[in-house]
Design a protein around this ligand. Structure first.
Ligand SMILES: *[C@@H]1O[C@H](CO)[C@@H](O)[C@H](O)[C@H]1NC(C)=O
Ligand SMILES: *[C@@H]1O[C@H](CO)[C@@H](O)[C@H](O)[C@H]1NC(C)=O
Ligand SMILES: *[C@@H]1O[C@H](CO)[C@@H](O)[C@H](O)[C@H]1NC(C)=O
Ligand SMILES: *[C@@H]1O[C@H](CO)[C@@H](O)[C@H](O)[C@H]1NC(C)=O
Ligand SMILES: *[C@@H]1O[C@H](CO)[C@@H](O)[C@H](O)[C@H]1NC(C)=O
Ligand SMILES: *[C@@H]1O[C@H](CO)[C@@H](O)[C@H](O)[C@H]1NC(C)=O
Ligand SMILES: *[C@@H]1O[C@H](CO)[C@@H](O)[C@H](O)[C@H]1NC(C)=O
Length: 453
C-alpha cells in the first residue's frame, strides 16, 4: 500500500530546522510519508502481540523529567499493546530531543530515525508527552464535530486547520482526546475560540492530563491489540469485577488503571468475595501505587472474603489487577474511588486551626496506611495541648495499627518536644480529643514510609 501525505496549504517552520511543521506540532518529513490512513505506516507487531517502538531519549532532561517520561510510557504499556523500548540497534526508532523550544513529532512510522521534540522547558507534562508520542502511533481525527471559527484565525495560520483524511478506526469522535487541540488554538483574538464543539459548545476540549479512554481504544483497534487495561479517568467512580454481582469469569486477568485529573486516588471497597486459596495462588486482587505492575505494591495478593482497608495512592494513578484461574469463581468485588489531597508522606499535617487554638469538643481521627512491606515513621514536630493527669481532658492518642483496638503507643497532653514514633505494621491511627474548656495550638506532624526490612 502506498502512503500518500496530504497536501497542505501552508507549512510552519520550526526554528533552527528545515523540517516543515503543520497543525502546530506535526512534522512533515521531506520524503513525504505519514501514517494518515496508512496501514503500512504502522509499527510492526511482534509474534507475542506487542508492538515495539524503540526510542532514544536525549541527555537533556533532568532525572525528574526522565521519571515523568517513563511514567507516561507506562500508561501506554498498561493500556495498549504498544511497548516503547530503549533503542539498541534497531533501524527504525524515535529520537526524543529536548531542544528546539517546541513540542512536535511526525505522524506514524516514517522509517529510520524520526525525531520527536519535547522541549525540556515547556513540553514536560504527561499529557503533552503522550500527545506527541501518540502522533507516532497514529493520526487523530477531526471531522464534523467541531466548527472552525475562521474569523479569528489569521490567514498565515489557517493551514493548521486543514481537514485531513484520517483513520478513526470506526470509533466515535473524541472531544476528550489528549490529541485534541484546545478551543483557543491559533486564535488571533483574545477570548475568542477558534474551535467550537457541536452541537454543545461547552463540551470541554483540549485536555492535556493524559490519554483518554477513546485514545486507548483507538490505538488498540488500529493495532488489533488483545484485551488490555481499562482506563478510568474521572475524578471519582466505581470499579467492579466483570459480571458483578454475578460470578466473575474463569481464567481471566483484568487490569484497571485509575488516573484522576488531579490529586491522589482513594479506593474504598464496598464488597469483596474472591475464591480463597493458600497464599492466594488461584484467584486474587493486587493493587499498585502507580501506573504499572512495576510500581510499588499498595495491596499484595488478596483473596477470600471480608473488607479491605481504604487504599490511598501517592499520586493520581492507581492500578488494580484481578486474576482468576480456571476453576471456581465468586462474586468478586465492588469499590469506589475518589480523588483529592490526602495526607502524603513528607507533608506536614496539623490539628485543625494550628497554630491558632483548636476548637472545643473535637474528636478527629487520622488513619495512615503505608504500602505493603513498609512501616510508618511519624514525627511530632510541635505539640501543645491542655495538661491534665492521665490526659483526661484533651489528648492525642497514637495507635500502632488501623483503629482503637490496636496497641496504644502513647497518649499525649501538655507541652512536648519533638519525637518520632514508628509503627510495627503498615498502619497507624491518631485520635485527637478536646473537651469544652482550655484550648491550645495543638500539633504539627509529618510521616514517612520506611522499608520494613
Ligand atoms: C541516544 O542519545 C544519546 C544522548 O543524546 C546519544 O549520545 C546517543 O548517540 C543516542 N543513541 C542512538 C542509538 O541514537
Ligand atoms: C484575525 O483573523 C481574521 C481572519 O483571518 C482577520 O480578518 C482579522 O483581521 C484578524 N485579526 C487580527 C487582530 O489580526
Ligand atoms: C464526583 O464527580 C462529580 C463531577 O465529576 C461531582 O459532581 C460529584 O460530586 C463527585 N462525587 C463525589 C462523591 O465526590
Ligand atoms: C485460559 O485462557 C487462555 C487464553 O485466553 C486459553 O489459551 C486457555 O486454553 C484457557 N485455559 C482453560 C483451562 O480454559
Ligand atoms: C468456572 O469453572 C467451573 C468448573 O471448573 C464451573 O463450574 C463454573 O461454572 C465456571 N464459572 C464460570 C463463571 O464460568
Ligand atoms: C514541616 O514543619 C517543620 C517544623 O515547622 C518544618 O521544619 C518543615 O520544613 C515543614 N516541612 C514541610 C514539607 O513543610
Ligand atoms: C524510627 O525509624 C526511623 C527510620 O527507620 C529511625 O531513624 C528512628 O531511629 C526510629 N525511631 C524510633 C523511636 O524507633
Amino acid at each position: 500500500m502506498k502512503c500518500i501525505v496530504n497536501l497542505f496549504l501552508l507549512l510552519m517552520f520550526i526554528p533552527d530546522s528545515d523540517i516543515p511543521m503543520m497543525e502546530g506540532d506535526i512534522l512533515i518529513h521531506p520524503r513525504g510519508r505519514s501514517a494518515i490512513n496508512c496501514v503500512s505506516c504502522l509499527w510492526p507487531k511482534s509474534a507475542d502481540g506487542t508492538v515495539l517502538i524503540p526510542y532514544n531519549l536525549s541527555s537533556g532532561y533532568s532525572q525528574q523529567q526522565v521519571s515523568l517520561f517513563q511514567n507516561s510510557l507506562q500508561e501506554f504499556h498498561t493500556l495498549t499493546c504498544i511497548r516503547f523500548v530503549p533503542r539498541t540497534t534497531e533501524k527504525d526508532f524515535i529520537s526524543i530531543l529536548s531542544t528546539g523550544g517546541i513540542c512536535a513529532s511526525f505522524i506514524g512510522r516514517i522509517g529510520g530515525e524520526q525525531q520527536v521534540y519535547l522541549d525540556s522547558g515547556s513540553c514536560m507534562s504527561r499529557g503533552t508527552i503522550q500527545h506527541e508520542l501518540e502522533h507516532n502511533v497514529h493520526r487523530s481525527d477531526r471531522d464534523d464535530f467541531v466548527t472552525i471559527m475562521t474569523q479569528f484565525i489569521s490567514p498565515d495560520k489557517i493551514g493548521n486547520f486543514d481537514k485531513m483524511d484520517t483513520n478513526n478506526v470506526g470509533l466515535e469522535y473524541d472531544y476528550g482526546s489528549v490529541m485534541h487541540y484546545p478551543g483557543n488554538a491559533f486564535s488571533n483574538t483574545s477570548g475568542q475560540a477558534t474551535i467550537v464543539p457541536k452541537p454543545n459548545p461547552s463540551i470541554p476540549i483540549g485536555q492535556r492530563i493524559g490519554l483518554s479512554p477513546l485514545d486507548v481504544s483507538k490505538i488498540n483497534r488500529l493495532y488489533q491489540c488483545d484485551d488490555s487495561g481499562l482506563l478510568l479517568n474521572s475524578a471519582n467512580g466505581t470499579v467492579t469485577s466483570a459480571n458483578y454481582p454475578s460470578t466473575y469469569p474463569n481464567n481471566s486477568t483484568s487490569v484497571w488503571l485509575i488516573r484522576t485529573p488531579s490529586g491522589q486516588v482513594s479506593l474504598q471497597f464496598i464488597a469483596f468475595d474472591v475464591q480463597f486459596s493458600t497464599d492466594c495462588v488461584s484467584d486474587y486482587i493486587k493493587i499498585f501505587d502507580g501506573p504499572s505492575k512495576a510500581s510499588p505494591v499498595l495491596l499484595d495478593r488478596t483473596c477470600g472474603m471480608g473488607l479491605i482497608p481504604q487504599l490511598i495512592s501517592s499520586t493520581s494513578q492507581m492500578l488494580i489487577e484481578f486474576v482468576s484461574d480456571t476453576s471456581i469463581t465468586a462474586t468478586g468485588f465492588k469499590a469506589t474511588y475518589t480523588s483529592g489531597a490526602f495526607y502524603a508522606p513528607g507533608k506536614n499535617f496539623t490539628s485543625p486551626g494550628y497554630p491558632a487554638a483548636y476548637s472545643p469538643n473535637m474528636n478527629c481521627i487520622w488513619k495512615i496506611t503505608a504500602p505493603a512491606g513498609y512501616k510508618i515513621s511519624l514525627t511530632l514536630h510541635d505539640f501543645m495541648m491542655e495538661s491534665a493527669p492521665n490526659c483526661i481532658y484533651d489528648s492525642l492518642s497514637i495507635y500502632d495499627g488501623a483503629d482503637t483496638s490496636s496497641v496504644l503507643m502513647v497518649k499525649y497532653c501538655g507541652t512536648k518536644s519533638a519525637r518520632t514514633f514508628n509503627s510495627t505494621g503498615n498502619a497507624m491511627m491518631l485520635n485527637f480529643i478536646s473537651d469544652k474548656s482550655f484550648q491550645y495550638k495543638g500539633f504539627l506532624a509529618s510521616f514517612v514510609f520506611v522499608s520494613a526490612t
